[in-house]
Design a protein around this ligand. Structure first.
Ligand SMILES: [Zn+2]
Length: 418
């Protein structure tokens, strides 16, 4: 075993072990508080709902642990277990010219990986989500989604992979810089294309009905000086009872999308408050900042790949006897998460800070009390735990834990005298 092999295995073990440890802490913390609703929520959430959230959290953690261990096993099988080497032998025997062989190899790798991870997702959807009353998906819809996703993946990934492999082949030592430019352009294209072309393949989007809710929202948008390309309602209830609201697109092509499930849960004032929170993200430029961070990190990733791809040990230490551009790209995608998992808490810290800023904006421009009541409804309807373990939450949560978020909102309201 080379020292490179040892390094990757060691980091993979550390990543998995930390994941399992945090998950153990979260499970213990949540279940030990299962029989008492925290005082902040004593008036708004009853004991059965609180217990349901605890059981739902515990079930999801258990499946997540299995998924982590399975992911580790797959990583080992693909690399030191010789999986990639085996796949390379099969796809190269097709004798495709130029970059086509590399594209075929990578598509086959993505498809097989997807199928191997499928059982976990099927169990999550049809066992856990169904048991807690969230799943609305039929087997037929699930299968249809999967076929569409795989076809779409092949359609979108093929030209991108072809271009990347061609750059690696013939653009010289700075290929990674051009590769990064191509990748960045592709990401921006997807941000534009997703709401317009891809999301409608999976869901129906209808303009928000005229009425009191719409006039409220339009008044809020005017008050905040915000221009959007439309207000839409998405039939999220086709797949799940979980509710949500989001923005998509950049610049003038921004759209506001409400899940139909959310509009059913909240009244007009609460819907307005949730939207005011989302506007806060735009006001503070969170979306652009997040995009910039992603672009900078991917530049670092491409530079690293540019160097790794020229090192023979990068391949031989991970079960590949014959270096190739497609093997470099695939290996890199496969092992990167083992090292980048330490970035998770940093990114989430940043994200939670953004949530506080957006909440403060919502209090200033809308009704803080309505935002609190909408959050409480969403915690209850989504069976989110109100009692997360602090360490688990610091690592994994992109949103502040419920009690801290509500306390912060109350402080914002006091400060502004509302
Ligand atoms: Zn937010």
């Amino acid at each position: 075993m080379t020292s490179w092999t040892t390094t990757v295995l060691l980091f993979a073990l550390i990543a998995t072990a930390s994941h399992l440890y945090l998950s153990y802490r979260q499970r213990r913390h949540v279940l030990s508080r299962r029989n008492a609703v925290p005082t902040t929520f004593a008036d708004s959430i009853n004991l059965p709902a609180h217990q349901k959230a605890a059981d739902y959290t515990a079930s999801r953690l258990q499946l997540d642990n299995i998924s982590q261990l399975w992911g580790l096993a797959l990583l080992l099988l693909w690399t030191v277990g010789g999986g990639l080497q085996w796949l390379d032998g099969i796809t190269s025997s097709a004798g495709l010219p130029g970059q086509a062989g590399g594209v075929l190899f990578m598509l086959a790798f993505f498809m097989i990986s997807h199928l191997l991870e499928l059982p976990v997702d099927v169990y999550r959807t049809f066992s856990i989500e169904a048991r807690f009353g969230f799943n609305q998906m039929t087997g037929q819809l699930y299968l249809g989604d999967m076929v569409k996703q795989l076809l779409l993946m092949a359609l979108i990934a093929s030209p991108l992979l072809w271009a990347l492999l061609a750059l690696m082949q013939s653009a010289g030592t700075l290929w990674w810089l051009y590769g990064w430019m191509l990748w960045s352009g592709f990401m921006l294209l997807m941000i534009w294309a997703y709401p317009t072309f891809i999301a409608p393949l999976f869901n129906r989007f209808e303009p928000l009905e005229e009425g009191p809710v719409k006039s409220r929202i339009e008044a809020l948008l005017r008050r905040c000086g915000f221009h959007s390309n439309g207000l839409y309602v998405m039939d999220g209830s086709r797949r799940s009872r979980h509710g949500n609201a989001y923005f998509t697109g950049l610049g003038k092509a921004k759209r506001i999308v409400f899940f139909d499930t959310l509009l059913k849960q909240l009244d007009g004032e609460e819907t307005e408050a949730v939207l005011a929170h989302e506007l806060g993200h735009f006001h503070h430029g969170h979306v652009k900042k997040q995009l910039m961070i992603t672009l900078v990190l991917s530049l670092a990733g491409f530079a690293l790949l540019g160097w790794l791809a020229t090192q023979p040990w990068f391949y031989s230490g991970l079960g590949i006897s014959e270096p190739s551009n497609h093997a470099a790209l695939t290996l890199f995608l496969l092992i990167m998460p083992v090292f980048t998992f330490v970035l998770t808490p940093v990114m989430n810290l940043f994200s939670r800070r953004n949530e506080f800023e957006a909440d403060a904006y919502a209090v200033a421009n809308s009704n803080g009390r309505a935002l609190i009541s909408s959050l409480v409804k969403m915690y209850e309807d989504n069976a989110s735990t109100l009692t997360p373990d602090p360490l688990y939450s610091a690592w994994h949560d992109s949103h502040p834990p419920a009690p801290i978020r509500i306390t912060h909102l109350q402080q914002c309201m006091e400060k502004s005298g509302k």
